[in-house]
Ligand binder design. Structure first.
Ligand code: FES
Length: 159
């Protein structure tokens, strides 16, 4: 792990703006900062919270959205919340899986992209909604979903 990542972790753990700092808030701050929870981050949280490493791992592994490997280049989220479901999210999910060569959410076999289902991307009025590299797109169709994914995969890395 490089010094920059170490210092991002340390900032994330030690400079949380809210008054109540917990193991979970610390893990979320790290995930926000670097996109995943490396083992060094677990150690940093344990130290900061006066908890054991096992306690921190227990919290981290309880939440399915934390990742423990560095993120892939592209993050594709498809909303399957109630509004999007009514507007055909199932077809968008299938289209996204096909475009990414996946049968469920997760990382693509080539490690370039990650597909995630989201319970609400906060733009219900524009359902169905997806987000590619954190950019929201509304009223998508299976075709436009696949086009956006193809465009993202052909662009440079997002970070
Ligand atoms: S339910 Fe899909 S954006 Fe809210």
């Amino acid at each position: 792990m490089d010094a920059d990542t170490r210092s991002l972790i340390s900032d994330a753990v030690n400079n949380q703006p809210q008054s109540t700092v917990t193991v979970l808030s610390s893990l979320l701050a790290i995930e926000d900062a670097i996109g995943y929870i490396p083992k060094e981050a677990v150690e940093a949280v344990a130290l900061r919270m006066d908890a054991t490493i096992n306690d921190v791992w227990a919290v981290a592994t309880f939440y399915p959205n934390f990742r423990f490997d560095p993120p892939t280049e592209h993050r594709i989220e498809v909303c399957w919340g109630p509004s999007c479901h009514v507007m055909g999210a199932d077809r968008i999910i299938t289209a996204a899986q096909d475009a990414l060569n996946l049968t469920d959410e997760g990382d693509t076999p080539d490690g370039r992209a990650t597909l995630r289902y989201n319970t609400c991307l906060g733009a219900c009025a524009h359902a169905p909604v997806m987000a590619i590299d954190h950019h929201l797109a509304g009223r998508i169709t299976p075709e436009s979903a696949q086009q956006k994914i193809a465009d993202a995969l052909h662009s440079a890395a997002s970070h």
